[in-house]
Design a protein around this ligand. Structure first.
Ligand code: DQA
Length: 141
C-alpha cells in the first residue's frame, strides 16, 4: 500500500513552532516513528508552503498512491482549490490537525478539505498522523 503524507504551510517548522500548541517533535521524528510502525508500507512525504504546489502534489497522487494523509495547515480554512483537487483524484483521504482546531479561534472552525476526507483527526498531537494511516489501512484493505 502506498500512502502520501501532505503537509501545508509552516509545518516544516514542527518542533520549534509554537510548541505549546504543536508539540516538540519535528516532522523528521514523526516520519521515523511512522516508518518503524509501518515498515511494510510505502510512505511518501511532501511539505509545501504554497497552495498550488499542494494541488500539484494531490494531482500527482492519482494512480500512484492508494491513500492521502493531509494536514493543509492554514489552507484548511481557505482553500477550495485543495478541496477540488482531493475531489478530482478521489483517493481515500484523511484530514489531520495536530491541535484541536475545534477549540481554537473562530477562523479555524471552517474546513473546506473536510468535505473530501472520510475522516478527520484533531487534537491528538503528531500521533494523529499514525492514527490517520491506521484509518487508511482499514479503509483500503
Ligand atoms: C493545523 C491547524 C491550522 O489551523 C493551522 O493553521 C496550522 C496547523 C494543525 O495541525 O493543528 O498550520 O493544521
Amino acid at each position: 500500500m502506498r500512502i502520501v503524507i501532505l503537509n501545508g504551510p509552516n509545518l516544516n517548522l514542527l518542533g520549534r513552532r509554537e510548541p505549546a500548541i504543536y508539540g516538540t517533535r519535528s516532522m523528521e521524528q514523526v516520519l521515523l516513528d511512522i516508518q518503524h510502525a509501518y515498515p511494510e508500507l510505502h510512505i511518501a512525504y511532501h511539505q509545501s508552503n504554497h497552495e498550488g504546489d499542494l494541488v500539484d502534489n494531490i494531482q500527482f497522487a492519482y494512480g500512484v498512491f492508494d491513500g492521502i494523509v493531509i494536514n493543509p495547515g492554514a489552507y484548511t480554512h481557505t482553500s477550495i482549490a485543495i478541496l477540488d483537487a482531493l475531489k478530482a483524484v478521489d483517493i481515500p483521504a484523511v484530514e489531520v490537525h495536530i491541535s484541536d482546531v475545534s477549540s481554537r479561534e473562530d477562523f479555524r472552525q471552517i474546513s473546506y478539505v473536510r468535505n473530501a476526507c472520510f475522516k478527520t483527526i484533531c487534537g491528538k498531537g503528531t500521533d494523529g498522523y499514525l492514527e490517520a494511516i491506521d484509518a487508511l489501512i482499514e479503509k483500503v484493505k
